[in-house]
Design a protein around this ligand. Structure first.
Ligand code: FVH
Length: 294
């Protein structure tokens, strides 16, 4: 039987829910995996799956050319990595901690000054989705060749999507996608509260709500993108003047049904502003152009 090609070693720093899922996926794909966590007890389950627990972050870093970091915040990442700059020099750090574009750029500058290759990542999955279809991770960084060199290894975690050489781009894409999700979360919360105000069970309403959101997403997102890119927002479907006039029906009903309307009040303000600025005949796509400050 031909020998299997050896999988490259990887170290994972941070074994919270996500770090543990990432390390488990690497082990499953056959990568020699060294793990470290501030609270050492969390290495136990991974050691049982074949991981090598390291006593210190430095030991873990020195075990592999590729070091994946997944902590709570980028402030934690900075605090952990800064004292280990010498050990990290010549290695590639992939930071999968959620953070801001400016934090990613700052980490990249710090890494470059110490001879460390830095890639930033945004995980578009929950831990249970790691290494399953549908999960993907966004990557960006100045050294695209380093990403290409490690792409096969990173594919063990989830599909890989390279978004560009500005290190802040992965965080920007990540936060933009999550912005869409949180907007939906607010809408879903208000919808369940409203239907529930008359005693309709959430599980009875849920199929209607999901189908409606999927249908609206398929309609609004591509057509909104086309309108934004062309600057042509005029519509004969659902204009802003009509939406503005209808919107008090929502906020009044929330109040009548004993619900708060604070989540939706800013949307009325935005519709008012759009119409007052002369965009009443435009579609909802126009709203994205009215969110710049100043
Ligand atoms: N879980 C999720 O659904 C989301 C999916 C998308 C990406 N996020 C981001 O991933 C980062 C880690 O999230 P997590 O779910 O693994 O978080 P926790 O389970 O709370 O684990 C946090 C780990 O961070 C370690 N840690 C925190 N501060 C420090 C520090 N100063 N020095 C060293 N390690 C630190 C912590 O260690 P310990 O408390 O066990 O000792 C955990 O290993 C996060 O950015 C999400 O936004 C997850």
């Amino acid at each position: 039987m031909p020998a299997q090609p050896a999988q490259s070693p990887v170290s994972v720093l941070g074994l919270g829910l996500m770090g543990t899922a990432l390390a488990a996926a690497l082990l499953k794909a056959g990568h020699p995996t060294t793990v470290w966590n501030r609270t050492a007890a969390k290495t136990g389950p991974l050691a049982a799956q074949g991981a090598t627990p390291a006593d210190t972050a430095k030991d873990a870093i020195e075990a592999s050319p590729l070091v994946i970091v997944c902590l709570t915040t980028n402030t934690d990442v900075r605090a952990l990595l800064e004292p280990e700059a010498d050990a990290l020099a010549g290695r590639t750090v992939v930071n999968l901690t959620n953070g801001t574009p400016s934090q990613a750029r700052e980490l990249d500058s710090w890494a470059a000054a110490h001879g460390i290759t830095y890639l930033d990542g945004g995980i578009m999955a929950v831990p249970q989705m790691i290494a399953t279809p549908g999960a993907y991770i966004l990557y960006s960084g100045t050294d695209e060749a380093a990403f290409a060199a490690h792409r096969d290894t990173l594919s063990a975690l989830a599909d890989t999507k390279w978004v560009g050489k500005d290190p802040g781009l992965a965080a920007l894409y990540d936060l933009s996608l999550l912005t869409g999700m949180y907007g939906m979360v607010m809408g879903v919360a208000q919808a369940f509260a409203l239907i529930g105000s008359e005693g309709v069970p959430a599980r009875e309403f849920a199929p209607l709500l999901s189908e409606w959101i999927v249908a609206m997403t398929h309609g609004l997102v591509p057509s909104g993108a086309a309108a934004l890119d062309s600057g042509q927002h005029l519509t004969d479907v659902s204009n802003l003047a009509m939406n503005r006039t209808a919107f008090p029906n929502f906020t009044s009903t929330f109040t009548e049904q004993g619900l708060r309307s604070d989540l939706f009040a800013p949307f009325q303000d935005l519709l008012d502003r759009a119409v007052e600025q002369g965009h009443g005949a435009d579609g909802l796509s126009r709203l994205a152009t009215l969110l710049k400050k100043g």
